[in-house]
Design a protein around this ligand. Structure first.
Ligand code: BDR
Ligand code: CA
Length: 280
């Protein structure tokens, strides 16, 4: 059983990862922390609230950082996730509920102190909340059991620049601080997630589940399919963020290598590049 804090910018694939984590019996989702990224942080929190309530779950949701640490904020990628971050879902129902008063970083620190060595922090957005939590509590790398992030890329090209993946690109300095903090960290990058494709067969199996939630997930995948066909030369869309949850539940589904990781913070062409030292 994994105690998880889910740090997210929902986000079409974030939404599916969230449902995966909420539904899986091996995962105890302690709370959700939100960040800017695919959408504004306010929209990310509204989406987290909406997604959980819609599916009948209640979890603490703590709102996090609004901007990158140093980088000039960019535009939110509406062409990837829709204006609302959830593929322009129409007719959102009123779900009620409120987010927490404390910040995302405060929530992470509080929970890490309450359950030392037990929490897996799963991050599927830019890493500003994690970096801020590290500033508040320098012992964080030891207090957390592990950190699993959808971020970066090694051999696969980037998705926002020739070398940078979106979550690192959106706040490279935060990513750098987390990668070099001494956490037990697993980077689930594009090398992996570009192999995790939602084929029509996979989507058909989701639809066959037949629940209202399955219909929503399939609608999200329709949106993502079009996004990736129109903008990135993909036929079937990659489901990035759920790969972190899959890895957590069963690490044997992926191949990993242990190595030092770092983020390039300079250069017009290389900003946000993840560098893995594979020399052994
Ligand atoms: C990552 O960026 C976001 O668009 C996705 O939600 C995912 O976390 C992929 O690069
Ligand atoms: Ca995401």
């Amino acid at each position: 059983n994994h105690k998880v804090i889910f740090d997210t910018d929902p986000g079409v694939d974030d939404a599916i990862a969230l449902y995966f984590a909420l539904a899986h019996p091996d995962i105890e989702l302690l709370g959700i922390t939100t960040t800017f990224g695919n959408v504004s942080v306010q929209q990310a929190s509204a989406n987290a609230l909406y997604l959980t309530r819609l599916a009948g779950y209640r979890r603490p949701i703590a709102q996090g950082v609004q901007f990158p640490q140093l980088k000039t904020p960019g535009k939110h990628p509406e062409f990837v996730h829709g204006n609302d971050g959830l593929g322009n879902l129409h007719g959102r129902s009123e779900v009620g509920g409120q987010i927490e008063a404390e910040s995302a970083a405060e929530f992470i620190v509080k929970m890490a102190r309450q359950f030392p060595g037990e929490i897996s922090l799963v991050g599927v957005g830019p890493m500003g909340n994690l970096a801020l939590a590290l500033k508040l509590e320098p012992r964080l790398p030891r207090l957390l059991k592990q950190v699993v992030v959808m971020a970066g890329t090694i051999d696969e090209p980037g998705n926002v620049s020739p070398v940078a993946e979106a979550n690192v690109w959106n706040d490279p300095h935060a990513a750098d601080q987390i990668f070099t903090a001494g956490c037990d960290l697993t980077m689930v990058g594009l090398d992996l997630t570009h192999q995790a494709l939602c084929t029509p067969e996979v989507q058909r199996r989701i639809e066959e589940i037949g629940t209202p939630l399955a219909v929503i997930v399939s609608g999200l995948m329709d949106f993502f399919r079009k996004t990736y066909q129109d903008n990135q030369d993909f036929v079937d869309p990659p489901v990035h963020d759920p790969c972190t949850v899959a890895y957590l539940i069963d690490p044997s589904v992926v191949q990993t290598r242990r190595c030092p990781l770092d983020v390039e913070l300079h250069g017009e062409l290389t900003l946000g590049m993840t560098v893995a030292d594979l020399r052994g």
